[in-house]
Design a protein around this ligand. Structure first.
Ligand SMILES: Nc1ncnc2c1ncn2[C@@H]1O[C@H](COP(=O)(O)OP(=O)(O)OP(=O)(O)O)[C@@H](O)[C@H]1O
Ligand SMILES: [Mg+2]
Length: 255
């Protein structure tokens, strides 16, 4: 479980995060939802420690992280897997080398143990035969899978995914969402996913935090979100015609 309390961050004269608090539970896919530029990625970076918040705290399973000593931070960082916006694979390394990389950095496994783990993770994401391929030779969806395999390789307890679906077609997006959900449940990982994709919300929104201009305006589950009376969230959800039509069908059937 990850808890954040009163996270604030200002860049120049722009207050990007204005006191965000919340709890992200283990074994669940926790979504950070909001429009472009609303502070989702900055919040994610504050949680993992890539950006230092001006005010506020983050705890990982009860261990205080923000402003902790380096050794405590490193201990927590070892347990973090991260899938960056755009996968961020190393272009000059094969798929196998990409997944092996964090094992070299973070564990004392020998070569054969590392290869076992690499093969296990590649199999887990459905990429058995891609070990020797270069990132340029594989599709966007496959790159995301490699990114997920790399993130979970060192047995992560916490998994952060920034826009795992960006640039993918709807069917591949769904498969990636399902894969993240399955892995989260199977290994009881605390997963936080940044998204602005309503399909992901409906498919895997165990818990959703809606951000608007740096504030948390709503939180709840995928079952609750369509009934919200928060104006900004409604405008966000129903900006899409398909969602508006779905709402009409739902309203008519309940009359
Ligand atoms: N390092 C930085 N320095 C200055 N401003 C920044 C920095 N990082 C982010 N910002 C600003 O903070 C705001 C929020 O950015 P953020 O990347 O969190 O948005 P987002 O919600 O993830 O949007 P998107 O959906 O487009 O990825 C933006 O106005 C951005 O310009
Ligand atoms: Mg972002």
């Amino acid at each position: 479980m990850i808890e954040i309390h009163n996270i604030q961050k200002t860049f120049g004269d722009k207050k990007v995060l204005d006191g965000v608090s919340g709890v992200f539970e283990a074994g669940k896919t926790n979504l950070l939802l909001g429009a472009s530029g609303t502070g989702k990625s900055v919040l994610l970076k504050c949680i993992v420690g890539l950006i230092k918040p001006d005010v506020g705290s983050v705890t990982f399973d009860g261990t205080y992280f923000t402003n902790s000593k380096l050794d405590i931070k490193q201990e927590i960082r070892r347990k973090i897997g991260m899938l960056f916006q755009g996968s961020a694979l190393f272009d000059s390394m094969t798929v196998e080398q990409n997944v092996e990389f964090p094992l070299k950095m973070l564990t004392d496994m020998n070569k054969s143990e590392r290869m076992d783990r690499v093969n296990f993770c590649l199999q887990r994401v459905g990429l058995e035969n891609a070990n020797k391929k270069m990132p340029a030779e594989i599709s966007g969806g496959m790159k995301k899978r490699v990114g997920i395999a790399r993130a979970i390789a060192p047995n992560c307890t916490y998994l952060f995914c920034d826009e795992p679906n960006s640039g993918l077609d709807p069917q591949t997006s769904l498969k990636i969402d399902e894969l993240i959900l399955e892995i989260t449940q199977e290994y009881n990982i605390t997963t936080i996913i940044v998204t602005h994709d309503m399909n992901s919300v409906i498919e895997i929104g165990d818990k959703i935090m809606f951000l608007f201009e740096g504030k948390k305006l709503w939180e709840g589950t995928r079952d609750e979100i369509l009934d919200t009376d928060v104006k900004e969230l409604n405008e966000f959800i129903f900006s899409n015609r398909l969602m508006r039509d779905a709402k009409k069908v739902e309203d008519n059937s309940s009359m």
